[in-house]
Design a protein around this ligand. Structure first.
Ligand code: AMP
Length: 300
């Protein structure tokens, strides 16, 4: 089963203790797709300028990503974003944000996109996320991610998207801001009250927690010795989760628990290099090998 993914495609500038890069491919939808396309066909919804590297589009085609809903505007620049990470990589200081083509974004889906069964709304303005949802005919499973700027700038729009999705990906600090609850389990319960069937709390290198009304499932982050760049960890985590669900064509509680572990493994590869470099190099066999190691680390 294919997964429809809408989000940003970007050129990023990133500085960490391990080095720095400038103008490398990024964006919430690109990281998501680089991970999800290991599992299934992704229909990518987004916008880029004519400066977006051709070899990245070639890579997406090689991974069988469908680009029919990707708009490229000639004479325009791709969304640009930059951030510097502290030695504690949970602390990120953004220093650049240029909307460029994103200002003209109006996602219009083709027939195959409208009829998709599974949809992931990656970090994107809530108005655009809603625009995608409004065009879908009968999706079986809808998931969204969000970030602090959208919680601050358009809380009402965001609430409307959350209400209409089955699964909310949210990091710990965002969950606290939305709900006003410090305790994460309480925050998750409040978020469930807003409409979704599941809340998936991301806690950076502390792992993740899937919360439903009738169960809680906690997974550690896969331990990585050298984190080069944590950018896109959340998006590639979501790519592993949604890619696995789409491949299994099933989104029940047990599928979701296993999907969370696949997500952790996908994210662990993402952070081992800048941009999507590592995610481009790996195959599903690498994911499965790390799944087996992960199992041996967490079973007793
Ligand atoms: P993450 O580390 O999971 O927050 O994802 C970082 C990626 O999201 C980078 O590649 C950025 O280009 C992209 N990004 C940064 N700010 C935004 C934003 N406001 N909306 C959507 N994507 C963004």
């Amino acid at each position: 089963m294919a997964v429809l993914a809408a989000g940003t495609l970007a050129l990023d500038d990133v500085v960490t203790d391990e080095g720095s890069v400038s103008g490398v491919p990024g964006g919430s939808a690109l990281y998501f797709t680089a991970a999800a396309s290991l599992f299934t066909v992704v229909r990518l919804v987004g916008i880029i300028g004519d400066d977006f590297p051709r070899e990245e589009l070639d890579f997406l085609r090689e991974r069988s990503v469908n680009l029919d809903n990707l708009t490229q505007l000639q004479g325009e620049k791709t969304f640009r974003w930059g951030a510097r990470y502290e030695t504690d990589m949970n602390i990120r200081r953004p220093f650049r944000r240029e909307l460029n083509v994103s200002e003209h974004f109006d996602p219009i889906l083709d027939d195959a996109g409208r009829n998709a069964d599974i949809v992931f709304l990656a970090n994107l303005e809530p108005a655009h996320q809603l625009r995608v949802l409004d065009q879908m005919t009968a999706p079986r499973f809808r998931a969204l991610d969000t970030m602090e700027c959208y919680i601050r700038d358009d809380p009402d729009g965001l609430k409307k998207v959350i209400e209409r999705c089955e699964l909310l990906f949210v990091n710990d600090s965002e969950a606290r801001i939305i709900t006003g609850e410090v305790n994460l389990l309480k925050a998750a319960r409040k978020l469930l009250g807003m409409g979704p069937r599941y809340v998936l709390l991301k806690k950076g290198d502390h792992g993740s927690m899937l919360v439903a009304p009738d169960f809680t499932f906690a997974a550690p982050a896969y331990p990585v010795e050298t984190v080069v760049d944590p950018t896109g960890a959340g998006d590639s985590f979501a790519g592993g989760v949604m890619g696995y669900l789409a491949r299994e064509e099933s989104c029940g509680p047990d599928d979701l628990k296993k999907a969370v572990v696949y997500g952790s493994v996908a994210a662990s590869f993402c952070v081992e290099d800048f941009s999507i470099r590592k995610l481009k190099k790996i195959t599903l066999a690498d994911i499965e090998a790390r799944m087996a190691l992960f199992r041996s680390m967490t079973t007793w």
